[in-house]
Design a protein around this ligand. Structure first.
Ligand code: PXG
Length: 435
């Protein structure tokens, strides 16, 4: 077996992992295979990435063809045809008015790009004092400096405290078990929590506030579903005070909650949307920021020969990512994937909520094909029960995810009834066997 020492693994307990490694070697559809030849059912769609299943033949073929045709094209002051095509395809399925697309290579880069665009936009309009950003507790916006600053998960911030962007503030998260435990879909309680935003804007003065960034549904924070009316109220408050609304849809876009974008499911009009993951079905890294035309136009002033936004990545619009993206979007469309995920939602919800009443289960939440189960922490050992459930499921050939003591589900879109039964009966057994 290869020596595991050199590779410093991301978001992983490296030492524990290397004593008991879990190494995957191939994947097809809804199944991984590991180096021992065992099959594992993927109940997490990669890392929220792979809704169409692994090694989708259309995407594989598109990438193979592209790599042999145009492997790389310089991204600055030049381009290649298909990146323009992909931007057009995204605009076609985006909420009305979101007509400009900036490409990145990840969700983290999309977030930091959107924050920089927000600053540049206000400055170009003569409102350069708008420099503060507002995030939300339990939010996750990736791991670059901007996203870390705006994120609301303490563990992700604590070692980096000194480098958090000055002037960032956070509104409250929306999870209140006493008022909404075991809600199915959007909780009816909690729209008023959006008023926190108005308080923060007024406290810091609207003239100093650039943007609010929130996930429509907090994913990594444990599938926190927005209360009915909550996102609408955030939108109203942002509009009232000239604050941009950035929706971080790295998880919620591309079918995970039954629409191309979560903005469409919740019927709200953001100013920018950040995406990644499902844009290429996870096959080649890629992210994007979608922006309203007015934001783009605000920067198209000055002399035409001048670069308007001093920002971009060597791999923005990389041909392989573009090929994967175009193939992915065409499968979404051809196979009516978003309608299909909507049709799976009710069965998923019922199966997930059947875990209510199992030992230590304190809450269950879901929307679309996202679900979470909270388990009470083992006294003195937070996170241990969650990790135990993850490991037991893995032993039984089912991949789910645990963040702390929350067990999270993000099944591949065409997971069958029998496979849902298998995922949830495996979790049930794990819960019953836990100390
Ligand atoms: N925003 C959101 C809403 C995300 O969920 C990012 C930004 C950052 O994307 P990149 O591509 O830079 O990782 C994410 C990523 C989990 C999990 O287990 C979630 C993410 C990544 C890995 C694991 O919930 N989200």
């Amino acid at each position: 077996m290869t020596d595991l020492d050199a590779y410093w693994m991301p978001f992983t307990a490296n030492r524990a992992f290397k004593k008991n490694p879990r190494i995957l070697s191939s994947a097809k559809g809804r199944y991984y295979r590991d180096t021992q030849g065992r099959e594992l059912l993927d109940g997490f769609s990669g890392l929220w990435t792979t809704g169409l299943g692994h090694c989708h033949p259309d995407i594989v073929a598109a990438v193979q063809k592209q790599v042999a045709t145009l492997d790389y094209a310089l991204a600055f002051q030049a381009g290649h045809e298909r990146v323009f095509e992909l931007a057009n395809e995204l605009v076609k399925i985006a909420p009305p008015g979101m007509s400009r697309v900036f490409f990145t290579n990840s969700g983290s880069e999309s977030v930091d790009t959107a924050l920089k665009i927000a600053l540049a936009y206000h400055r170009a309009r003569g409102e350069g004092t708008r420099t503060r950003f507002i995030g939300r507790e339990r939010g996750y916006h990736g791991v670059n400096f901007g996203g870390t600053s705006l994120g609301g998960m303490p563990a992700n911030r604590k070692a980096f405290s000194s480098a958090m962007s000055p002037g960032t503030v956070h509104i409250r998260h929306t999870h209140s078990p006493a008022d909404m435990a075991f809600s199915r879909g959007q909780p009816g309680w909690g729209a008023h929590l959006a008023d926190d935003l108005e308080r923060q804007i007024l406290l810091h003065d609207p003239a100093n506030v650039a943007a609010l960034i929130v996930e429509p549904v907090s994913g990594s924070g444990g599938v926190l579903v927005p209360p009915v009316g909550y996102l609408e109220r955030l939108r109203e408050i942002c509009t009232r005070y000239g604050v941009l609304l950035i929706l971080d849809e790295v998880i919620t876009a591309f079918g995970r909650i039954g629409h191309a974008f979560g903005a469409q499911r919740f019927n709200i009009a953001p100013d920018m949307i950040t995406v990644a993951k499902g844009l290429t079905n996870g096959v080649v890294p890629m992210g994007a920021v979608l922006a309203r035309d007015e934001i783009y136009q605000s920067l198209m002033q000055g002399p035409e020969e001048t670069i308007e936004l001093f920002h971009g990545y060597t791999y923005s619009g990389h041909p392989l990512a573009v090929a994967a993206g175009l193939a992915t979007l065409s499968v979404y469309q051809r196979d009516n994937i978003f309608a299909a995920t909507r049709a799976r939602e009710a069965f998923f919800e019922r199966s997930l909520h059947s875990l209510r009443g199992e030992p230590n289960v304190t809450d269950i939440r879901n929307i679309g094909l996202m679900g979470a189960v909270d388990i009470a922490p083992r006294p003195g050992a937070p996170g241990a029960r969650g990790m135990d459930v993850f490991l037991r499921c893995w032993q039984e050939g089912v991949v789910i995810r645990a963040t702390g003591d929350t067990v999270v589900f993000s099944p591949i879109f065409d997971t069958t009834d029998a496979e849902f039964e298998r995922i949830f009966s495996t979790v049930r057994k794990a819960l019953q066997s836990l100390a």
